[in-house]
Design a protein around this ligand. Structure first.
Ligand SMILES: Nc1ncnc2c1ncn2[C@@H]1O[C@H](COP(=O)(O)OP(=O)(O)OP(=O)(O)O)[C@@H](O)[C@H]1O
Length: 504
């Protein structure tokens, strides 16, 4: 069997050319190629060429040795001859070896080295899945190109298969989990839920981050509902909702007379959550004095009720959530770094709704109980940037459900302006190119309609507080805001919080 390699290789520039190519193909360094040929010259020539081009090779001279090698080692590709016994030219041995190799390693690319007389057999094996065939004497450049392409393709298809397997596994896990009514259609949310379900099984502290109304509370529900503690207490505390003196009593309990108005002793949320899960929402709003006490109870499980010297113990899993940038708050001294690391063993980052637009229509279907949408509604819902996230969307859906005159819901029913222009391109993060430049990308809110969940100004808040007799929960509801969001606006405008009415 002639190989025609050694001389032609040198004639084409020989080792120098190989060295240049080798520099370019360093990425292939780890790929190992099995060469099966009874002709030692062929083996050596191929080996040298592969080595100079950044591949490892392993040469064997018989089909039996080839099968033994492929059982024991990991190869990226096989180059095999078609005849191994002296004076045999039928290619039968090659055919048998090909099928046996495929059985051992179904996806592995196999290049056949054939004489021109075996063309028919080569075509047959190509139909059976052989990756390529090269007539002897072969062309080095063509062979190298073929090897490079086949290995990349094989890797891609393996990665693809692995991704599909992971996705199927994720879908199955999610399908069986208690999602606490969470609705989604985006891959970003699927990943988030998948991570939440994994974290649910452990007892680590999880910090859920994301903007207002994005669904952090829901994720906390999922973390508890799918945990081994699911039948134990699940206590939620909105850390941002109360002034500090009341918050301490809320968290740790208080003895009668501990502060004005404390007529009888009460247990705190830590005690109530003992053995279960405690969810601390809006943790970024906890003042520094409270942070010290919280850190202590997280580190030691020990605390005292307000007005008592008796040290109590509790064991709770702590989940917390924030829409603030706590890392920034650490820099400015507003948040303790040690507490941050206690709370944030793992961060579950929930993207804003505008970065998971595939959630929008499933959520609308959910909130409108499956009512039909016309084209204007779909376009406007997808184009709007939802600064208030799911909460804003939920309010817009309620509005549409109540106000729509016809069966079909249109953009106007949602308080949105029908989009006139084609939708701007959406980049990889799901943010339109417009969004990259402006915070409010599309002016899709209907000017003459009552805006859905627009931020109220100082006088509007003050008027609403008076109208609702100081009951903050009702004021927040009237604006379609969470209490926390309202508190933040009140703080910004310097409007005093009347604690007694805060819980409404
Ligand atoms: N994926 C979802 N599926 C169904 N309902 C959702 C989803 N995400 C959020 N919601 C609903 O949207 C509203 C706001 O969600 P949630 O309170 O969980 O947000 P949040 O991020 O905790 O907000 P905040 O920071 O203001 O407390 C709730 O009524 C919640 O039930």
């Amino acid at each position: 069997m002639s190989n025609g390699v050694t001389h032609r290789g040198l004639a084409n520039g020989g080792p120098l050319r190989y060295r240049v190519v080798a520099e370019l193909t360093k990425m292939n360094q780890m790929d190992k190629i099995l060469i099966v040929d009874d002709n030692l010259d062929v083996c050596q020539a191929l080996s040298l060429m592969l080595e100079l081009n950044g591949y490892k090779s392993h040469c064997v001279q018989s089909p039996e040795m080839a099968l033994d090698a492929i059982e024991k080692h990991e190869f990226s590709l096989v180059i095999q001859d078609m005849n191994f016994t002296r004076d045999t030219t039928s290619g039968e041995e090659g055919r048998e070896l090909f099928h046996a190799l495929r059985e051992c390693r179904p996806g592995i690319p196999i290049i056949l080295l054939t004489a021109w007389t075996e063309l028919e057999m080569a075509v047959e094996l190509m139909k059976a899945g052989a990756a390529d065939y090269l007539g002897k004497p072969w062309d080095d450049a063509k062979l190298l190109t073929s090897i490079g392409n086949l290995i990349s393709l094989h890797k891609l298809s393996r990665e693809n298969g692995e991704l599909k397997r992971q996705k199927a596994e994720r879908t199955a896990v999610i399908h069986e989990a208690n999602l606490c009514g969470l609705v989604f259609g985006s891959t970003a949310m699927e990943r988030c839920v998948d991570l939440a379900l994994q974290l649910a099984k452990s007892d680590v502290s999880v910090l859920i981050t994301g903007p207002n109304g994005a669904g952090k509370d829901r994720l906390a529900d999922i973390l508890h509902a799918n945990s081994p503690l699911k039948d134990k207490p699940f206590i939620k505390v909105n850390v941002g909702a109360l002034p500090m003196e009341l918050m301490e009593a809320e968290l740790f309990g208080a003895e009668a007379g501990a502060f004005t108005g404390a007529t009888k002793s009460r247990i705190g949320r830590f005690e109530a959550a003992n053995g279960g899960t405690l969810f601390l929402d809006e943790i970024g709003n906890l003042p520094l004095s409270g942070q010290v006490k919280l850190l202590r109870v997280l580190q030691t499980g020990e605390f005292e009720r307000l007005g008592s010297h008796q040290t109590r113990k509790c064991k709770v899993r702590v989940l917390s959530a924030t829409n603030a940038d706590l890392r920034q708050d650490i820099q400015t001294g507003r948040f303790r770094e040690d507490l941050f690391y206690r709370l944030n063993v793992v961060e579950l980052a929930l993207p804003p709704l505008c970065e998971r637009r595939d959630d929008v229509l499933p959520l609308v279907q959910h909130f409108t109980r499956g009512r039909a949408l016309d084209a204007s509604a779909k376009a406007a819902l997808l184009a709007h940037s939802w600064p208030g996230n799911v909460r804003e969307l939920e309010n817009a859906c309620k509005r549409a459900d109540i106000l729509a005159r016809g069966e079909m819901l249109s953009a106007v029913d949602f308080g949105l302006m029908p989009t006139q222009t084609p939708q701007p391109a959406v980049n990889q993060s799901g943010i339109s190119s417009n969004e990259a430049h402006h915070n409010e990308p599309f002016n899709t809110l209907l000017p003459e309609s009552e805006p859905v969940n627009t931020a109220p100004n100082r006088s509007e808040i003050e008027a609403a507080i008076t109208a609702h007799n100081g009951v903050i929960a009702r004021v927040a509801k009237s604006f379609g805001l969470s209490r926390q969001a309202l508190y933040r606006r009140m703080e910004k405008f310097g409007i005093e919080v009347k604690s007694s009415k805060a819980e409404g």
